[in-house]
Design a protein around this ligand. Sequence first.
Ligand code: ATP
Ligand code: MG
Length: 206
Amino acid sequence: MSAISHAAQLLSEGTGLSDEERHLLAIIQRNSLRIEETVRSVLTLSRKRQSLPQRVDLGEWSLAFAAEFRERHRLNDADLTVSVASAPLVIRADPDHLHQIIANLCDNALVHGRGPNGELNIRIQLGRLHLPERIYLEVCDSGPGISPELVQSIFEPFFTTQRQGVGLGLYIARELAIANGIQLSHLTQPQGACFCLTFGQDLILS
Ligand SMILES: Nc1ncnc2c1ncn2[C@@H]1O[C@H](COP(=O)(O)OP(=O)(O)OP(=O)(O)O)[C@@H](O)[C@H]1O
Ligand SMILES: [Mg+2]
């Protein structure tokens, strides 16, 4: 795929191309990038190594994740907030897997979860529930949300509503969650989209 997009790039740098030829070259470049992205995602899944659980303080971890995510996407503090309802929230999970799960959810909020004027309001909310004892981590946004007829399809591989989408983000997130014994579900909300990770008693350390 790299060779194809590179060749198309070289061709497009040539002179004497008609508008039609430039348009066709742009299609080749756009679609080879898209296929490259799909292949990369599938490779991530097939290379998915076994989970290596470690002690993770979810409160601290989420603050560090949010700082890094804001920096990577040049976001303001208000675009992505973290609220921790109780402490300590210490669980056992593979931190790299956890990172990929939350990054996929936050990437989705960036792409699909903007308000009508493009504004962002991504909220990572953590807390603990009792009977049965469990810790939750939610990623919510204030975008258009997910219509009820699509909800049962969003975790399917290659399901996407976006022209440039691959449709593997939520599928990979759920596969990684399962590998760590974590539940990942979509929560129906009056406004926006909300995804919840639930860590059961067997994963809670304190
Ligand atoms: N926060 C969100 N708000 C609204 N719709 C969402 C949100 N997150 C996911 N979706 C819906 O679920 C679909 C599947 O999401 P998924 O992450 O699997 O694929 P994608 O984002 O389209 O592509 P990619 O493979 O690049 O992640 C999206 O196309 C979108 O319709
Ligand atoms: Mg996605």
